[in-house]
Write a protein that binds this ligand. Structure first.
Ligand code: URP
Ligand code: ZN
Ligand code: ZN
Length: 443
């Protein structure tokens, strides 16, 4: 039996919410006319009464097993994908991060081998961690032969994988005409390096100084500069993890000008703020919140929420990149520049955005689905297959229980990490059942 009918649910799509049934055959959603109600006994019927039925979550920005001097991020492809499924995310995109001197193709092949462990579907963006003629020559083959059309550049992390504006411009001049997209981590690397050195020289080594070394201007200036480069080169850009009011305003203004730009923010910038970096807090308490860009003010948060509703942002991702507190984050307890940057969230995104966005009327049910599934699928080339409940689309489906009430805790989370930045957060609603390629994922 490979046909499933989901009956009596409330189908939530990017532009409609309606009662209805959904049929699935051989991993795909099939048109209503193509199943025979008379012979329903031959099918598996799932009663979704009182539940929402939505396309599976698509998280386009995660870092599983990301190599750092403090070891790999603590979720690998298996544990991270398990956490994703538990929360209702059926597809994610990670990154190839080539070592210096390594070819893009070699790094891609190694990353593909690691990613085979994934329990869900996945895609990869190509990271550009250095710039030279050899790397430049690999871009078009990457697009045309490997089908990888999103390239990620970091303006931060200048000591390791970051590149400068000049290199970024050259990358955009190749990717744009090649039909690709450039994703950018927008923080002015040189400014950050300078501030870090000033603080360390003054003996200001605690985690608190991480945020002070990465001021809002570091992000805003970088976003403005990248917009400028996009305008000049015609290359579409995707701004990852926007955290500031000024950054959101710059993206909105660029969209009004007709520039092909996509805006992303993340659950952590919507739900947490810079109060966690209070100087009086124990260094250890602050470590889990060391992420880049850092958490911002309540005023920034307000603008980000507005940006979900007004179209500034296309996507809410997680930038899932957890590190254990013990043995990883605490390596930097006496030097904030050594704390591995990042935090987990892949399993929490649908429930957090539902609880704090939909139920507070900041966004509608359809906007929720758009932000966590439909738009990322469209932007990253899976439109037509993922992100909608339409005939022919992949049967990656979540049956959402809106009545569930619970709390996120370190004890009950699925991700592999000894801490959780959302520990203690109340959530309403959860993924009651998940279907991946038309098959029910065991609970
Ligand atoms: O702190 C973060 N965001 N770590 C992951 C790498 C990145 O910058 O996206
Ligand atoms: Zn980043
Ligand atoms: Zn990231």
């Amino acid at each position: 039996m490979n046909t499933i009918i989901i009956k009596n649910g409330i189908l939530v799509g990017p532009d409609s919410v309606r009662s209805g049934d959904l049929a699935i055959q051989d991993g795909k959603i099939i048109p209503p006319g193509e199943w025979n109600i008379e012979s329903e006994k031959e099918f598996r019927i799932i009663d979704a009464k009182g539940k929402y039925v939505l396309p599976g979550g698509f998280d386009p920005h995660v870092h599983l097993a990301l190599p750092t001097p403090a070891g790999n991020s603590s979720d690998d492809f298996r544990s991270g994908s398990r956490a994703a499924l538990a929360g209702g995310t059926t597809y994610f995109m990670d990154f190839v991060t080539p070592r210096k001197g390594q070819s893009l193709m070699e790094a891609l092949n190694l990353r593909r081998a690691e990613a085979k462990e994934s329990l869900t579907g996945f895609g990869l963006h190509m990271g550009i961690s250095e710039w030279n003629p050899k790397i430049a020559a690999e871009i078009i083959p990457c697009i045309e032969k490997e089908g990888i059309r999103s390239f990620k550049a970091y303006l931060a992390y200048r000591e390791t994988i970051g590149i400068g504006y000049k290199e970024l411009r050259e990358l955009m001049q190749i990717v744009g005409p090649g039909g690709g997209l450039v994703m950018v981590h927008c923080e002015e690397g040189n400014l950050i390096s300078r501030l870090q050195q000033v603080f360390l020289t003054e003996g200001k080594t605690g985690a608190y100084y991480h945020a002070l070394s990465r001021p809002p201007e570091a992000e805003i200036t970088a976003i403005q500069e990248v917009i400028h480069l996009s305008e000049q080169t015609g290359c579409p850009v995707y701004i990852v993890h926007t955290s500031t009011r000024g950054g959101a305003d710059a993206i909105a203004a660029a969209k009004r000008k007709g520039i092909e730009i996509f805006g992303e923010t993340c659950t952590q910038y919507l739900l947490l703020n810079d109060r966690v970096y209070d100087e009086t807090h124990e260094n250890r308490e602050v470590l889990p919140f060391i992420i880049s860009p850092p958490l911002r003010t309540p005023d920034d948060q307000q603008r980000l929420w507005e940006g979900l509703a007004d179209g500034t942002f296309d996507v809410v991702s997680t930038d899932h990149c957890p590190f254990h507190l013990k043995g990883q984050k605490d390596i930097g307890i006496n030097d904030f520049t050594k704390i591995p940057n990042g935090a987990g969230g892949i399993e929490h995104r649908p429930a957090l955005l539902y609880t704090y966005g939909v139920l507070t009327h900041k966004i509608s049910l359809s906007q929720w689905v758009n932000l966590i599934s439909t738009r990322p699928a469209e932007i990253f080339g899976s439109g037509g297959q993922k992100g909608k409940l339409l005939p022919g689309f992949d049967a990656d489906i979540v049956i959402w229980d809106p009545e569930y009430k619970g709390n996120i805790t370190v004890q009950n989370h699925v991700q592999n990490c000894d801490s959780d930045i959302y520990d203690g957060f109340a959530v309403r609603g959860k993924a009651h059942m998940v279907l991946l390629n038309g098959k029910i994922v065991p609970g």
